[in-house]
Design a protein around this ligand. Sequence first.
Ligand code: WTA
Length: 710
Amino acid sequence: MADSTQAADEQDEYSEDKIAVHWREEEYVPPPERYREQANAGDESILERFKPENFPDCFVEYAEMLDWDQRWDQIVDTSNPPFFKWWAGGRLNACVNCVDRHLESRADEDAIVWVPELEEDETLRITYGELHRRVNEFAALLRDFCAVKPQDRVTFHLPMVVDLPVAMLACARLGVIHSQVFGGFSGVACGQRMGDAQSTILVTIDAYYRNGELIDHKVKADEAVEAARKEGIEVEKILVFRRIPGEYHSQSEMVDGRDYFVDEVLEDYQGQEVEPESMNAEDTLFLMYTSGTTGRPKGAQHSIGGYLSYVTGTSKYYQDIHPEDTYWCFADIGWITGHSYIVYGPLALGTTTVMYEGVPTYPDAGRPWRIAEQLGVDIFHTAPTTIRMLRKVGADEPGKYDYDFKTMTTVGEPIEPDVWRWYWKVVGKGEAAITDTWWMTETGGFLGSTLPFLQPMKPGSCGPACLGIQLVIFDENGQEIPQGSGKAGYICVRNPWPGRMQTVWGQDERFIDTYYKRFNQDPNSQDWRDWPFLCGDGAVQAEDGYFRILGRIDDVINVAGHRLGTKELESAAIEVEEVAEAAAVPVVDETRGKVVEMYVAVKPGYEGSQDVAQKVAAQIEKDIGKIARPKNVWIVPDMPKTRSGKIMRRVIAGISNFTEVGDISTLANPDVVEKIKDQVYSAKKERGEDVQQLSKQQQEEIAKYGEGSE
Ligand code: WTA
């Protein structure tokens, strides 16, 4: 009971020196003993099997967790770096591995349990048998009604409904590449991704529940069609699921000859079975668009064999999934976490995976714990943002429910030790192992974490490198920082691993430039050791080999675990007619980790009114989505700029966070800094947005923000 008050007290006591203490290396927390016996990774021999000397053979253990039509000839073909090819010569089907192969033993067991947001609505239980039926019927529809061929791209713009994994697996069955766009993204963002993927079929839904309201989603499809057209792609078919059977809840009209209700078309495919395509291991399973430093989001292209083996192996060892577990990953399938650790990993292991439609706190902060209790969830997986939010609104809620977690995962952002402790003590009741899993869209699966019943946990550190992964930190000059030195640098993966994306869809050069150029010394080298993969984060490694992740080194703002590119935000803002220039900066936020603030200068002859600020916020929401909506839009007389005309984002980031603005001697217009400071400080005080205490780590991050683009 005392925890919430205690946490609040601790917060109030923060001062400069306490913050420094707060961020020192923490003490170990031992893994719970009671589950060790049953653990998939229960004894030390596993560390031996995966030691660096055993690369690449160690990963055979992961591949052997799958069923293959034909075994590979070569574990990994490294002859053309950095385009490493895993399980070369092997053939398999991802859908067979996630569905068909479990039918013999688990046809009547639940594969997916879907919890609708409205508590009075019925929870849907889909057995493996039922999943098989649904996937086959939808695959038949895609093949015959939409005429898709293996390796064509089909785009989904779906929320958390069962139709989403069904559609993914149907594509996998046909060898078709799916590209799911996060449901919360705008229609424009969806259409642009369709353009990039050259995808002419869109799968969507009329509406879905969010915070108790039925939200119109089909309207976004019309915007997507327009946006795709601008990219030269004509959307041919839109398949529309209906959230409530037989009803239609959208303002958008169904267009004759283009839009079809899935339930109506499916009538022609009832009971049909589709022969799964036997695919090359190196064929592509899906695209997942993500943001980086420059330009538009890029399509991270993931393979069938490599990816599926990696997510299956890591699900088994790091989340300790057994078929009889009830596993709940509280993420959205629209992100990589959902692909890897709601759908592919858990289903490949034949377990029961839970999906929840709505927001964590609907109708109250006890909801997640009620779901856990009712469904008997024993493995729980969520993000720091959700943990912070649930603590804030209901610190004592978990204690009221009778559930029993054995492992709990966190992912997406660094978790503050203090938040970690609440998760461990209150949510896990001090009896569950926490795996803080660090990785990214590009890597397919976990890179750094602890094995839940083997390695001690350390709050604030993700843990050592995952099995078979060789992590290395470089300094600015490309020198390797000695292991365990506690010095910050750029964290990279030295060796190839099966989960890594194959390339940026359609842009091999961009793939090399983004992930390899920085630390590759010899572009002609055929030795994989010369090709360290740049993860995009800053990190330090402690003496014990554990890593602490310091955040993105590129201009990406991580809002509640969602990667937003500075450039995307800024391009949206300058679409507003009055806007001459725009800059996006991160502001540290108590619950969401970071939020976005925009600085905008208007064109000569225009008035910088509140109206312009509104338009900028609306445009960002239109182009990207609600999650990107800025907290504040500041209309400023001029941007702080270098003599060569580049906006110094770190200066305004400092102002937005009430921290030091740093050296401004190289500015062409240093006097503007004080003006902006006065304006922003006074407005923030008026709005009650007070000075926050930032950790040293956060201060450093803000002080360096935007360096990549200066
Ligand atoms: C951050 C999400 C600290 C990191 C799987 C990374 C984390 C970015 C952690 C990738 C963690 C992810 N601790 N930071 N456990 N997990 N991150 O592509 O900055 O959406 O680069 O993939 O999230 O975000 P993405």
